[in-house]
Design a protein around this ligand. Structure first.
Ligand code: C5P
Length: 224
């Protein structure tokens, strides 16, 4: 039998990456950021100038896709595509805007979901995304739906962009972009963003990062 799996899903900007990484480190679990995989595919599609309507070109590129994750407890998970480190590039606003369109293509989801399941086959990992508890690891021992109000998420996203050195739009525009991304992610046909019945919902408005991590650790100890 495999080791436990924790599934953490939720909308854009809920602070999933930060808390999930810290939580994984605390419990000695592997950390899988599935959003980074969708971002890497989007990066490749833009780089190659592939039209999203061109299914043939899309499947060809996906065949050449060799994604590697260098997991380190010390720093951000590094993402390599065909040997090139694209960790920073995949966080750009251009990628962020385009990724939900790429993530709604069934061929893309099919291939990435297979890779994610393979990465989790022995368990002992925390996976973070939109469809982990519903589609990728429906048998996860603990499922959490991590969310916050759009206003709060816009604030966090603004700090995040600033720290990464990107231009920061005003808060209202950011909130609008976040809502648009949620809308596309929640309404797509395949594996949409939704809270599954078994998932414990955690609304993090007003909570510090430490408090969110502590709540996750408590849930883990209770459920597993
Ligand atoms: O989590 P992050 O913001 O990096 O995800 C970027 C995008 O990737 C999401 O807006 C969504 O369109 C897509 N995604 C997905 N399924 C996942 C993870 C991310 O569709 N499991």
């Amino acid at each position: 039998s495999r080791n436990p799996i924790v599934a953490i899903d939720g909308p854009a900007g809920a602070g999933k990456s930060t808390v999930t990484r810290a939580f994984a480190k605390k419990l000695g679990l592997l950390y899988l950021d599935t959003g980074a995989m969708y971002r890497a595919v989007t990066w490749l599609i833009i780089k190659k100038g592939i039209d999203l309507k061109d299914d043939e070109g899309l499947s060809q590129s996906l065949k050449e896709l060799n994604l590697e994750f260098k997991v380190s407890q010390l720093e951000e998970q590094n993402v390599f595509l065909n040997g090139k480190n694209i960790t920073k590039e995949i966080r750009s606003p251009e990628i962020t805007e385009k990724v939900p369109l790429v993530a709604s293509k069934s061929i893309v989801r099919k291939i990435l979901t297979i890779q994610q399941k393979a990465l989790g086959k022995d368990g002992g990992l925390v996976a973070e995304g939109r469809d982990i508890g519903t589609t990728v690891f429906p048998d996860a021992e603990l499922k959490v739906f991590l969310t916050a109000s759009p206003k709060e998420r816009a604030k966090r996203r603004s700090i995040d962009l600033k720290n990464k050195g990107f231009t920061v739009p005003n808060l209202l525009d950011l909130e609008k972009q976040i809502k648009e991304r949620d809308q596309i992610d929640s309404s797509r046909k395949i594996a949409p963003l939704l809270k599954s019945e078994e998932a414990i919902e955690l609304v993090t408005d007003g909570m510090s990062i430490e408090e969110v991590i502590d709540s996750l650790v408590k849930m883990f100890r209770l459920e597993i």
